[in-house]
Ligand binder design. Structure first.
Ligand code: HPA
Length: 297
């Protein structure tokens, strides 16, 4: 018995080591994915084929048929920052139905890339094939102002960590996933059309993800500008890369909440900036859903 419990304790230690690092062994990940999948299957019926993930104070007013706290879904990464709810909502009463991941967990809070990607891997198993991301960013492009919205044409992963390390190549995921195209061209056309119909200006540009939690130094901001970034944020890239590695169609929108080149950012400013952009985002998003419904996803 004593020998058994020693072996058991060692196993717990090995498991937690495997789960706490930047990567996880594949058998363990498979086990977690299966548990999350079966828990969701029990609680939600057939899911829409579209997922929309929003962060930092961005809510989508649509009423939800089902709402499940992330904390009650096994292994779901739970947001820690103020302004981030944590709720999976199934929205059917909208121009196009969608799964709303309301609030996101972050790399800066210590979450490893595989965990940030886990909801997308599970949703993919449940039939979700299209993903829209909405996040807060600081402007780097000097022509951008707070309250603007920018369609993310491309990104620079400025974190030096690849969220797919150790876990690509299994469970429907490509082994060496291409990231040349992270904005689906059909979705980009629909995003542009939605902006025109909603009467909102849609910027286009390159998103840089910095790891956070510290905001960037002035030298880093200048470096990002020289590298071709138009906006900087601390999220989205891990989830977007996971979705692309699963060959989902993806489209990401950045809200310009502050201008770090001109003034020192604070989290309160970012939340307030997201609120300022809220009505623009909602108008654009509702038209985007209409386009999805009209053209078919
Ligand atoms: N820097 C990094 N991330 C951000 C910013 C910023 O200025 N604003 C919103 N997210």
């Amino acid at each position: 018995m004593i020998a058994d419990s020693g072996a058991h304790n060692r196993r717990i230690m090995i498991e937690s080591a495997a789960m706490n690092g930047d990567t996880i062994n594949r058998e363990e990940l498979e086990k977690l994915l299966a548990e999350t999948e079966s828990s969701l299957r029990e609680r939600v019926g057939e899911l829409p084929t579209l997922v929309v993930q929003t962060g930092s104070g961005v809510s989508l007013a649509a009423s939800a048929e089902t709402e499940i706290e992330y904390a009650s879904i096994p292994h779901f990464p739970v947001p820690s920052a103020a302004g981030h709810a944590g709720m999976l909502r199934v929205v059917k009463d909208a121009p196009h139905p969608f799964v709303h991941l309301w609030g996101r967990a972050h790399y800066y809070a210590g979450q490893p890339g595989w965990k940030l990607g886990l909801p997308f891997r599970v949703l993919h198993r449940l039939g979700v094939r299209n993903a829209v991301f909405i996040s807060a960013t600081g402007a780097i492009n000097e022509t951008f102002a707070g309250g603007d919205i920018m369609l993310i044409d491309d990104f620079i992963n400025f974190t030096a960590v690849n969220p797919l390390r150790g876990i690509a190549g299994e469970g429907g995921m490509m082994e060496f996933p291409a990231m040349r195209v992270i904005l689906d061209s059909g979705m980009a056309d629909m995003a542009e059309k939605a902006a025109r119909t909603a009467g909102v200006a849609l910027r286009r540009g390159v998103y840089a993800m910095s790891s956070g939690p510290a905001y960037e130094t002035i030298a880093e901001l200048n470096a990002l500008r020289a590298l071709g970034a138009d906006a900087v944020g601390m999220s989205t890239v891990p989830e977007l890369m996971t979705a692309r590695a699963l060959d989902m169609r993806t489209c990401a929108l950045a809200l310009i909440t502050n201008n770090p080149m001109e003034s020192t950012p604070t989290h309160d400013d970012v939340i307030a900036g997201a609120r300022r952009a809220q009505s623009t985002v909602e108008r654009w998003f509702n038209e985007l859903l209409r386009e999805f419904a009209r053209t078919g996803l």
